[in-house]
Design a protein around this ligand. Structure first.
Ligand SMILES: [Fe+2]
Length: 243
């Protein structure tokens, strides 16, 4: 399995197209591994099962290529090929905690829904026990030698999406920079795009990690420039921007 290292603590398993599978983000804390999206290939399943539950999982959004190994499948389901026996009979990877967005709850029965900005960070640091959480003003902090923030992200691609920021430097975004199809046309929602641009500007991270992108790690300024170029094409008489 190919795992690409970005820093001592941050790496990822790249996305692939057959089967369609998201990138799987991996952040190694002192006690736990933090996983962003679980992908849909046998290789990512094997990797997750090898963690033996010593991981927290954050899911970006409900699409199957990001959630496959946390949901159940049957013959005839979209994405289940004739020869795909693994998807029908696999042991779901164990986890310590699972964080999902509000809409993902419709697809994954368990997991903590994050609807306010949440910080999971440095779980071992500063006299904390291995699993201490500091909860304040709607946010949740966990310390584990690395700071992780789970942030709901307004976006055009899917409802109830989350992104995961690491040490205020890198932000795993899943598919949140992408558009959606509406009546066969690729569109952004102008209001959501404006909110997303504002949020991206407000967070400290300088590098966006974008799923399915041939260049996974992108300078946030470049991402913002692209999103702002789309936003500039909006018309006051339509809530959508065609691309
Ligand atoms: Fe998606």
């Amino acid at each position: 399995m190919q795992e690409i290292r970005l820093t001592d603590r941050i790496s990822y398993i790249p996305a692939c197209e057959k089967p369609l599978s998201s990138d799987v983000g991996i952040v190694r804390g002192d006690h736990f591994t933090y996983i962003f999206d679980v992908g849909s290939t046998p290789q990512t399943l094997e990797y997750l099962q090898g963690l033996h539950g010593l991981c927290d999982i954050v899911i970006s959004h409900f699409h199957g290529d990001h959630t496959w190994w946390l949901t159940s499948h049957k013959k005839g389901d979209e994405g289940v090929e004739e020869t795909d026996e693994i998807s029908l009979n696999y042991e779901r990877p164990a986890f310590h905690r699972l964080y999902i967005g509000s809409y993902t709850k419709k697809y994954i029965a368990d997991g903590e829904v994050i609807s306010a900005p949440t910080i999971i960070s440095n779980r071992s640091g500063m006299n904390s026990s291995a699993d201490e959480r500091i909860i304040s003003a709607g946010s949740l902090d966990i310390y584990d030698g690395v700071k992780i923030s789970v942030i709901p992200v307004p976006n055009s691609h899917s409802k109830g999406a989350l992104m995961m920021m690491v040490d205020d430097e890198y932000v795993f975004m899943g598919d949140a920079t992408y558009c959606t199809a509406k009546g066969g046309v690729q569109v952004y929602n102008a209001q959501l795009l404006e909110e997303e641009i504002r949020l991206l500007k407000a967070i400290p991270a300088g590098t966006c990690l974008i799923s399915h992108d041939r260049r996974f790690a992108r300078d946030k300024r470049v991402v913002l420039r692209q999103l702002e170029a789309v936003y500039a094409k909006r018309h006051s008489d339509s809530p959508y921007i065609e691309v």
